[in-house]
Structure formats: structure tokens, C-alpha cells
Design a protein around this ligand. Structure first.
Ligand code: CMP
Length: 142
């Protein structure tokens, strides 16, 4: 089905000048950008976005990392977009990520792993709404 998914280029990848290389992977796979912006997340924004991980031991390190520098947040649209984006990203832990995936190529550790992507259509809708208004989403008609 035609889906939308939410994606973040994390502070490590922005710092390494990998925004264009990562967008290239999305576009080469047939995913279309329908919204994008650069943000430096506040502690409140990062804590709210990752609220489901609040009780995990890595929560404080995750929030600290995600607020350490600017990120790119984007909405990707395409056939089977949620699964396709997860395939492009590779496993959360770069040591487990398949060759040729973003995490295998660009991530240094499970904590600094270059990209985030929604894990399901339902979480995608919630994550998109967390960062974008409906008016910021640009339907692709050609
Ligand atoms: P992300 O998809 O952004 O969602 C939560 C992040 O927590 C995850 O990517 C990882 O970068 C980070 N993280 C650190 N340790 C773990 C862990 N043990 N399991 C899952 N995520 C972890």
C-alpha cells in the first residue's frame, strides 16, 4: 500500500555531512520526500519523542545524543514505505546491520546509529504529527 513513514537523520550523520548521501538512498529506493526540515531538538522535544523508552537504561544517553546537534526530520512516501525505509536503514545495532544498509555504512554504535525510522504505520502517523502540521506535508502528484 502507499504509505508514509517518519525519518530522522541523527546528529552524528548530520555532523559527518551525510545528509545528501542518506537522502540519495531514500530517493534511489523510490521513496519520495513529502516534508523535511532541520531542527536542533530541545530536551523536552527529544524526551517526548522517545517517551516509550523512558524506563530503558539508555534513555538519558539517547536524549543527550539526540540534542547534541541538529537533525533532519523528514516524511517519506511510497509503496510499502515503512518496511522499505527499515530495510534501507538496517538493524538498530550497526554490528548486526546488513552490508549496504545506512547503519552498516554510516553508524558508529547502537547509540549513534545515523538514522531513525518508524517501525509501523501507526507509529509513523504519531511521529509525523509530532514534528509536522498537515499543511507542511506536500502531496506528490507528479
Ligand atoms: P531509534 O530507532 O532512534 O530508537 C531508540 C534508539 O535508542 C535507537 O534507535 C538506538 O539508537 C538507541 N538505543 C540504544 N541502546 C539501545 C538498545 N539496547 N535497544 C534499542 N535501542 C537502543
Amino acid at each position: 500500500a502507499l504509505e508514509r513513514t517518519f525519518s530522522i537523520v541523527k546528529p552524528d550523520a548530520v555532523a559527518k555531512n551525510l545528509v545528501g548521501a542518506i537522502y540519495q538512498r531514500f530517493e534511489a529506493a523510490g521513496l519520495r520526500l513529502v516534508a523535511a526540515k532541520m531542527l536542533h531538538l530541545s530536551q523536552e522535544q527529544a524526551e517526548g519523542f522517545y517517551a516509550e523508552h523512558k524506563e530503558r537504561p539508555f534513555f538519558n544517553a539517547l536524549v543527550s545524543f539526540m540534542t547534541s546537534g541538529p537533525v533532519m526530520v523528514q516524511v517519506l512516501e511510497g509503496e510499502d514505505a515503512v518496511r522499505k525505509n527499515r530495510e534501507i536503514m538496517g538493524a538498530t545495532n550497526p554490528k548486526e546491520a546488513l552490508a549496504g544498509t545506512l547503519r552498516a555504512d554510516y553508524a558508529d554504535s547502537i547509540d549513534e546509529n545515523a538514522v531513525h525510522g518508524s517501525d509501523a504505520v501507526e507509529s509513523a502517523a504519531r511521529e509525523i504529527a509530532y514534528f509536522f502540521t498537515d499543511a507542511e506535508l506536500c502531496p506528490r502528484t507528479r
